[in-house]
Design a protein around this ligand. Structure first.
Ligand code: CA
Length: 481
C-alpha cells in the first residue's frame, strides 16, 4: 500500500514538473514577467484600400484581417512621411524625422559612415533590448547602408535582410545597387540559399520565434513587398487569378505572399500559447504605389501629402489587453508606436528625450473621446511641401499643384474642395501652427530627387489631360487647372 502511494506521489510530481517546464516556455504570462512580445510588421507601398479590413474586394488578405479582428483598426492612421526612408526613421525613433535631418531617402552608400539616421538617435529596439527583450530585425532597412548604421548597431540582436530601399525578390544584387546583398548579422547570404524574399523573411521570423524561451521578444519584420520590382511566384499568382489587370494581379500576388506569412506567424504564436500576450502591429510605410495600388476613398498616392500618400492600412492587436474587433477614428501616427510599445513593456520614457508620439494604450483601452494629438504635421523637401491636420481640417502645400489648399475632411475625404477662401481664419491658424512647429526642425542632412520627380509626374499628368481635348479647347487651355 505504502509503495503504491509512493508511486502515485512520484508520478504526480513528474506530471507537475513536466507541466511546469511547458508553462515556463510557452505561457502567455510567465511568473513575475508579463511583458508582451512585440511584433511590428511593416509593408512597403501598400495602399489604404488594399487590405480586407479596409474594404478591399479584389485583393484578399484573410490572415492580415484576422490580426485586425483580434484588435483595433485605425481608420485615421498616418505615417510621418509619404515615402520610404524618412517614414522609417520616424517609426524607429518616435520623433518627427525632420528634427534630425532625415528628411530624404538615403541613397545606397555602403562606404559612407555619415549617411543614415544620426547615431545619437535612440531606436525602439535599443530601449527594448536594454529592458531585457530579445530583438530581431528582418527585411528592408533603408536607414543607412554603412555597417555603423545597420540593425546590429541599433539594438537588434539578430538581423536578416538588406540595407537599401529595394531588392530583387530572388536575393540577387541588381540595378544601381550592385553590391547590395541580403545579409545575416553582417555576412552576405549566397542568393542560391534564398528562395523568394517574402518567404525567406517569414521563415526567418518563424525560426526566431521558435528559438524564444525565457525572455519576451521584439521583432521588426519589414517586408519589401509590395514594392517594385514585380516578382512573384506561381503559388501567389494563383491567389490573384481573378484580377484581370496584369500589373495589379502581380501586385496582389506580392501582397498574398505577405498575407500568408502573417498567417503562418499567427498560427505559430497560437500553437506556442503566446498569441494573447503578443502585441502585433501592422502598417504600411507610406501610401500605395501610383501605378497599381488602391488608396481607397483618398486622393493621391505614395509621394503625395494628399491622404492617399500618408494614410495607411494600420492595425494593432494585443488580445490580453486591448479591445478586439473595433475601429478607432481619432488621428494617430506611426510615431505613436514607439511610446505605445514602451508603455506596453512597462518602461518609462526618458525625460530627456522629446518624443512626438503618444502612448495609445489608454485611448484604446478606455475608449477616450479626446484625440491623442492636438495636430499632426508633415514636411517634405525642407518645406517645399508640407501639411498639417488639426481636427477635421487639413492644410496642404503641394509642390505637385504649386499651391496651398485647405480641406474639411469631415465633409470632403477626397480633398476635392479647397475652402481656403471660405475659411481664411482656419487657413491662417493652421499656417501659424505649422510655422511654429517648423521653427523646431533642422535642415535636411542630404537630399534626394523627390521634387524633380514631382514636377515630371505632374507634367506627365497634365500632358495626358491636355491631349484628350478637342483642337478648339486646346487653344484656351491653362495648365494646372
Ligand atoms: Ca515605401
Amino acid at each position: 500500500m505504502k509503495n503504491r502511494l509512493e508511486i502515485i506521489v512520484f508520478i504526480t510530481l513528474l506530471t507537475f514538473l513536466a507541466c511546469k517546464d511547458k508553462t515556463s516556455k510557452n505561457s502567455d504570462f510567465k511568473s513575475g514577467n508579463d511583458k508582451p512580445n512585440i511584433i511590428l510588421i511593416l509593408t512597403d507601398d501598400q495602399g489604404y484600400g488594399d487590405v480586407g479590413f479596409n474594404g478591399s474586394k479584389d485583393i484578399l488578405t484573410p490572415h492580415i484581417d484576422n490580426i485586425a479582428k483580434k484588435g483595433v483598426v485605425f481608420s485615421n492612421g498616418y505615417v510621418s512621411h509619404p515615402y520610404c526612408s524618412p517614414s522609417r526613421a520616424g517609426l524607429m525613433t518616435g520623433r518627427y524625422q525632420q528634427r534630425f535631418g532625415h528628411e530624404h531617402n538615403v541613397p545606397f552608400s555602403p562606404q559612407d559612415s555619415t549617411m543614415g539616421t544620426p547615431k545619437n538617435e535612440v531606436f525602439l529596439s535599443k530601449k527594448l533590448k536594454e529592458a531585457g527583450y530579445n530583438t530581431c530585425a528582418i527585411g528592408k532597412w533603408h536607414l543607412g547602408d554603412h555597417p555603423s548604421f545597420l540593425p546590429p548597431k541599433r539594438g537588434f540582436d539578430h538581423w536578416f535582410g538588406f540595407s537599401g530601399g529595394h531588392m530583387n525578390y530572388w536575393g540577387y544584387p541588381y540595378s544601381k545597387n550592385k553590391t547590395m546583398h541580403v545579409q545575416r548579422n553582417g555576412k552576405n547570404v549566397n542568393p542560391k540559399k534564398l528562395t523568394y524574399l517574402t518567404d525567406d523573411f517569414t521563415n526567418e521570423a518563424l525560426s526566431f520565434i521558435e528559438r524564444q524561451k525565457d525572455a519576451p521578444f521584439f521583432m521588426y519584420l519589414s517586408y519589401n513587398a509590395p514594392h517594385s520590382p514585380d516578382h512573384a511566384t506561381k503559388k501567389y499568382l494563383k491567389k490573384a487569378d481573378h484580377i484581370e489587370n496584369g500589373v495589379r494581379s502581380v501586385y496582389a500576388a506580392l501582397i498574398a505572399g505577405v498575407d500568408q506569412g502573417v498567417g503562418r506567424i499567427d498560427s505559430l504564436l497560437t500553437r506556442l500559447g503566446i498569441r494573447k500576450n503578443t502585441l502585433i502591429i501592422f502598417l504600411s510605410d507610406n501610401g500605395g504605389r501610383l501605378d497599381v495600388a488602391n488608396n481607397g476613398q483618398f486622393r493621391g498616392h505614395k509621394g503625395m501629402l494628399f491622404e492617399g500618400g500618408i494614410r495607411v492600412p494600420f492595425t494593432m492587436s494585443w488580445p490580453a489587453k486591448l479591445p478586439q474587433n473595433t475601429r478607432y477614428k481619432q488621428p494617430v501616427t506611426s510615431l505613436d508606436i514607439f511610446s505605445t510599445c514602451l508603455a506596453a513593456a512597462n518602461l518609462k520614457l526618458s525625460e530627456n528625450t522629446l518624443l512626438d508620439g503618444k502612448n495609445l494604450l489608454p485611448f484604446l483601452k478606455n475608449n477616450l473621446i479626446e484625440a491623442p494629438h492636438k495636430a499632426l504635421y508633415w514636411r517634405v523637401a525642407n518645406g517645399e511641401e508640407y501639411a498639417i491636420r488639426k481636427g477635421n481640417y487639413k492644410l496642404i502645400k503641394s509642390a505637385y499643384k504649386n499651391k496651398t489648399m485647405l480641406f474639411d475632411l469631415s465633409k470632403d475625404e477626397m480633398e476635392t474642395r479647397d475652402i481656403s477662401s471660405i475659411k481664411p481664419e482656419i487657413f491662417n491658424e493652421l499656417e501659424t501652427l505649422y510655422t511654429n512647429w517648423n521653427g523646431n526642425l533642422t535642415e535636411p542632412s542630404w537630399t534626394d530627387p523627390h521634387i524633380q520627380n514631382v514636377k515630371k509626374e505632374e507634367q506627365d499628368v497634365q500632358n495626358i489631360r491636355f491631349k484628350s481635348l478637342s483642337k478648339k479647347e486646346k487653344e484656351n487651355y491653362e495648365f494646372n487647372h
